[in-house]
Design a binder for this molecule. Structure first.
Ligand SMILES: Nc1nc2c(ncn2[C@@H]2O[C@H](COP(=O)(O)OP(=O)(O)O)[C@@H](O)[C@H]2O)c(=O)[nH]1
Ligand SMILES: [Mg+2]
Length: 384
């Protein structure tokens, strides 16, 4: 990065790269113009931006005057306790996996690009549902917007979990197939969670804090501007810089969305069903989706829930034996569960009793603020 490039400018550039509509592009370009480098060497850059703004404004004007629609957009309403999105190349088995895990009946065919619209199904897990969305195939150029690529990546960016299906004919193809998908994601400013090595981002309930800032290279002035920029634009974040990086890399990492990811690899070379670790990710090896046994499907469902980062807890009506399973966000409190069950339960809440591995004693009394742990059992008592 040349010196004197304002962090706001770099961020606006990233916004421009991720923009899906003309209006968004214009907004990003205007932010770039407000913060563009003013030195002589950047004349060409400034002219380029000004030119793009002019062109876009004209195009938007024409579109608005002819009231022409910019085309349909994928609209997927989030539903259930989590949203899981399947991506992969054409014929990699996305629809087959969807039909094995849910009640959906997508078209399955051995010709390419059978799915041009997202297909949606629900994974049932006891009384709970997890939404499973199959996106149309990832192709070379998805990240540049080919075949509604920006829309596809927009959906991936909002998912709780990403599943990537890979069909491997020979074992040696694995790396090539993984790299293809990861590269399209990376160009779209998305990366599988766990692959971020140089900077560890942790949610906090405070503003922004830093650790290891001395590892960022660059001019002192640029560094101060960057820190101030980050403090203005981010919240509730502890940023630990673990390895030497540049200012540009730091801002890029902050602009990248890290999504929990599972790899499903299918192929004749794979002899048995296994779940393995792969570079901080979990990978599911399957010989044939059609031969999956019920027990294996249940294992896959549980893995999907675990990898979304959600937890399972149980509620039990006082003096009853049967428990109801709930899938909730990690760090949820009892109050969140009340809302999920029924608004009146939240309103009339008196106290709760909790059983579990981490309680001080079994059946402990707890308030609405009690933070739940995996597998806790809760009884909620309400005012009559
Ligand atoms: N034998 C076998 N065929 C599969 C498997 N998964 C997918 N197929 C076949 O591969 C073709 C493409 O599968 P599909 O699920 O439609 O792929 P998509 O394009 O990624 O949605 C279809 O003919 C499927 O029957 C599998 O695990 N075993
Ligand atoms: Mg399909």
């Amino acid at each position: 990065m040349p010196t004197n490039v304002h962090p706001e400018f770099i961020a606006a550039q990233a916004q421009y790269d991720n923009a899906t509509t003309d209006d968004e592009k214009l907004k990003a370009l205007e932010a770039m113009r407000s913060n563009w480098p003013t030195h002589k060497g950047a004349e060409k850059l400034r002219a380029e931006i000004a030119g793009k703004i002019k062109k876009l404004k004209e195009r938007i004007k024409v579109q608005k005057s002819t009231k022409k629609n910019t085309g349909p957009t994928y609209t997927i309403k989030k539903d259930g306790s989590a949203q899981v999105v399947i991506i992969g190349k054409t014929n990699s088995g996305k629809s087959t996996l969807l039909s094995k895990l849910t009640n959906a009946t997508p078209e399955i065919a051995n010709y390419s690009f059978t799915t041009s619209e997202p297909e949606i199904g629900m994974i049932r897990y006891e009384e709970e549902n997890i939404q499973l969305v199959e996106l149309p195939a990832i192709i070379p150029g998805t990240s540049e917007g080919r075949a509604r690529g920006k829309e596809k990546l927009g959906i991936v960016r909002n998912a709780d979990l990403l599943i990537i299906t890979l069909k491997i004919t020979k074992k040696e193809d694995f790396q090539k197939e993984v790299d293809f998908i990861f590269n399209e994601l990376k160009k779209g400013k998305i990366l599988p969670r766990g692959t971020e090595k140089r900077v560890v981002l942790k949610k906090t309930n405070k503003k922004v804090s830093f650790e290891g800032l001395e590892k960022v290279s660059g001019e002192e002035d640029d560094k101060i501007a960057t820190v101030n920029y980050i403090k203005r634009h981010y919240n509730n974040l502890h940023i630990k810089i673990a390895e030497p990086i540049t200012i540009q890399e730091l801002i890029e990492i902050l602009n990248t969305k890290y999504i929990p990811t599972l790899l499903f690899v299918r192929g004749d070379d794979i002899q048995e069903f296994t779940i393995k670790d792969y570079n901080h990710l979990k990978i599911v090896l399957i010989n044939d989706f059609y031969l999956l046994e019920q027990e294996q499907i249940e294992k896959i469902k549980k893995l999907i829930i675990d990898e979304t980062g959600k937890i399972i807890v149980y509620t039990r009506k006082p003096s009853e034996d049967t428990k109801q399973l709930l899938i909730i966000d990690r760090d949820s409190v009892i109050g969140n569960i009340c809302h999920k069950l029924h608004k009146d339960i939240a309103k009339n809440f008196k106290y709760a009793k909790v059983w579990g591995e981490k309680v001080k004693f079994q059946g402990q009394i707890a308030s609405k603020e009690y933070i739940l742990n995996s597998n806790d059992i809760i009884e909620i008592y309400t005012k009559k």
